[in-house]
Design a protein around this ligand. Structure first.
Ligand SMILES: Nc1ncnc2c1ncn2[C@@H]1O[C@H](COP(=O)(O)OP(=O)(O)OP(=O)(O)O)[C@@H](O)[C@H]1O
Ligand SMILES: [Mg+2]
Length: 335
């Protein structure tokens, strides 16, 4: 039995079917990532799990209890909204204390929990500021802290890191993962960011037009996308239609091939011909930090190839001829 069980969930607003046939299982202590393009129904699905929107059909069980019709406050769920809804007239400290006061905790316990959360989120110096006096990143941290301080059984996080700059975002992302491992809370987190999904996700559920089209461990979804949509969303795949496969590798394929940029080896032009190989010309080389992203042209098809950015690697320049090689086991056939 999973901690969260969503069965046959569906919802429409008028003629617009927002999501349908949603089935999702989240184990206790797991971070499940909901990944999908804008407008595919992620926020509405989270709101339905929180009880803030009503699903038209289906059932929701949390910890074995059917909460399909339960009031939001009876679900043991806390939600961090995409657009953090802080109380504008309260200080940071009061925002954090509010939910605990509703639960009628003793004043000293509230103060201790709030102090711990302020320290954890590095908000202590701003504890007496009001939301209007905070930066976007600080507001987002307050929103996260306010949910975490309630120690919910299930935490629903709607793009909680999206407003942060890259560095804080990564730090908070790692912090969130550490916290989840330590305290063992269960979470469903929405993101657009594939790296965030892979780093944070124990399980990744890819959503497309109101349906969950693939779920699995993060590594598996990245390694084995079932469709070209998933391949396009979670990896930076090269997608070769059968005619391109024939042109580039001389192989007959029934379905498109998805190939990770890091799965292709770059060799000198005269190198051996074991595996799938092709002659190519370098069009461009860009530094993506730890990897060098090469754009190659081979028989009229552009390919992306990533190579680790080590100083020992001979620099390739636009115009260089190369041989690319690919192990057949790296090819993912996608529908
Ligand atoms: N209250 C509402 N009334 C009518 N339509 C709605 C309502 N809320 C959402 N929708 C529609 O449902 C669809 C899904 O919206 P939702 O906010 O769930 O998407 P999302 O996946 O969270 O997108 P984003 O990544 O941009 O936040 C959209 O087409 C949206 O216009
Ligand atoms: Mg949304």
């Amino acid at each position: 039995m999973s901690f969260v069980e969503i069965r046959g969930f569906g919802k429409a607003y008028g003629a617009t079917q927002v999501f349908a046939d949603v089935e999702l299982d989240v184990s206790e202590g797991e971070m499940c990532i909901l990944l999908g393009p804008s407008g595919c129904g992620k926020t509405t699905l989270l709101r339905a799990v929180a009880g803030l929107a009503r699903a038209d059909c289906g059932r929701l069980l949390i910890a074995g209890r059917d909460v399909t019709a339960a009031a939001p406050e009876a679900r043991g769920v806390a939600m961090v909204f995409q657009h953090y809804a802080l109380f504008p007239n309260m200080t940071v400290r009061q925002n954090l204390a509010f939910g605990l006061q509703q639960k009628r905790l003793a004043r000293a316990r509230i103060a201790a929990k709030v102090d711990a959360a302020l320290t954890l989120m590095e908000l202590a110096p701003r504890a007496d500021a009001r939301p209007a006096e905070l930066s976007g990143g600080q507001k987002q941290r307050v929103a996260l802290a306010r949910a975490l301080v309630l120690e919910p059984r299930l935490l629903l996080l709607d793009e909680p890191l999206s407003a942060l700059d890259a560095q804080i975002r990564k730090r908070l992302r790692d912090e969130l993962k550490r916290l989840q491992r330590e305290t063992g809370f269960t979470a469903i987190l929405v993101t657009h960011d594939q790296e965030e999904a892979l780093v944070l996700g124990d399980q990744v559920a890819v959503m497309h037009a109101g349906r969950i089209v693939q779920t699995g461990p993060a590594r598996e979804v990245y390694d084995r996308p079932a469709t070209r949509f998933v391949a396009g969303f979670i990896g930076d795949f090269n997608l070769l239609e059968p005619d391109a496969v024939l042109r580039v590798f001389g192989e007959h394929a029934d379905r498109a091939w998805a190939i990770h940029p890091e799965a292709i080896d770059l060799l000198p032009p005269a190198a051996g011909q074991d595996g799938l190989t092709a002659e190519a010309v370098v069009i461009d080389v860009r530094i993506h930090g730890p990897v060098l992203r090469h754009l190659l042209l081979t028989n009229g098809t552009e390919l992306k190839v990533d190579v680790l950015n080590r100083s020992s690697i001979a620099a390739r320049r636009p115009g260089d001829a190369v041989r690319l090689r690919l192990d057949r086991s790296q090819v993912r056939e996608v529908a």
